[in-house]
Design a protein around this ligand. Structure first.
Ligand code: NAD
Length: 266
């Protein structure tokens, strides 16, 4: 049957909820075996695992904090122990800690940068080392490995009151591009997917309240808030051989949020 990621192994960080959960399930549906990383929510991670298994793929859950180098090393070791060679890293774990700049605590800056940017660095470095060590297996994929960072439209749209988050996602942009350049000769593809507003726990204040939802929709030319599956489908395609010639790029999955929507007004 048509399973583009059959017999490949993927790690998805922060896969107990929201976008990461949808990605892990979609990868499983596409034939990949998946290591479901989670930070605290074991129940959510187990739900992800069960759904993947229902699609006939293998799944394991692994607790680990991506901002801790040793825990990331363990995440990769456990995955190879239980699922064999690794082919796909989806670097999804991310947090927001919103505070006006003049009051922003150093801890809020630190925690967001540690999770969103150090986490990406530690995970991508483990993946790159493992992909190179494993070598090429043309029967599974045309690339030695694929790394996808879940960034945000705020890698390019400035965001008042959230400079820590915007800086972390802006950092991911040139991290991705430089890494893509460095790893292309190794036949490792590195790309970003940058979601707009997607319905998940991270932003439920914005879509549960009717007035805030209206204000949010005004920023989305396509006229709807995104679903986690909108991002997950893009991830499956970008990880597959159909996207084999694509590296170093950012795919905005945002219903047009990056298109200066205020210019729609007469
Ligand atoms: P979410 O809060 O449901 O998911 C974030 C996940 O990351 C959670 O499962 C959380 O447990 C995990 N996590 C947090 N810190 C971690 C750590 N130190 N180690 C391991 N895991 C950790 O929200 P989401 O919207 O699904 O966010 C997923 C990603 O998508 C984030 O990187 C976020 O910045 C990005 N994003 C989301 C939106 C949106 O509108 N929802 C838009 C753009 C980008």
């Amino acid at each position: 049957k048509n399973k583009p990621l059959r017999n490949q192994t993927a790690i998805v960080t922060g896969a107990s909820s929201g976008i990461g959960q949808a990605i892990a399930i979609a990868l499983g549906k596409a034939g990949a075996n998946v290591a479901v990383n989670y930070h605290g929510d074991e129940v959510g991670a187990d739900k992800t695992k069960e759904e993947i298994q229902n699609h006939g793929s293998k799944a394991i859950t692994i607790k680990g904090d991506v901002s801790e180098k040793e825990e990331v090393e363990q995440l990769f070791l456990k995955t190879t122990d239980e699922l064999g060679n690794i082919h796909i890293l989806i670097n999804n774990a991310g947090i927001q800690q919103d505070e006006p700049f003049k009051d922003m605590k150093a801890e809020s800056w630190d925690q967001v940068i540690r999770t969103n940017l150090y986490g990406a660095f530690y995970c991508a470095q483990q993946a790159a080392r493992i992909f190179i060590k494993q070598g090429m297996d043309n029967t599974l994929s045309k690339a030695k490995g694929k790394i996808i960072f879940i960034s945000s439209v705020h890698d390019t749209i400035p965001w008042a009151g959230r400079v820590n988050y915007a800086a972390s996602k802006g950092g991911l942009l040139t991290l991705m591009q430089s890494l893509a350049q460095e790893l292309a000769p190794e036949k490792i593809r590195v790309n970003n997917i940058s979601p707009g507003a997607i319905k998940t726990p991270i932003n439920e204040d914005d879509w549960k309240d009717e007035n805030r939802k209206k204000a949010l929709l005004a920023k989305i030319p396509y006229g709807r808030i995104g679903e986690p599956e909108d991002v997950a489908k893009a991830v499956v395609w970008l990880a597959s051989d159909d996207a084999d010639y694509i590296t170093g790029t950012t795919l905005y999955v945002d219903g047009g949020m990056t298109l200066y929507p205020s210019f729609l007004e007469e």
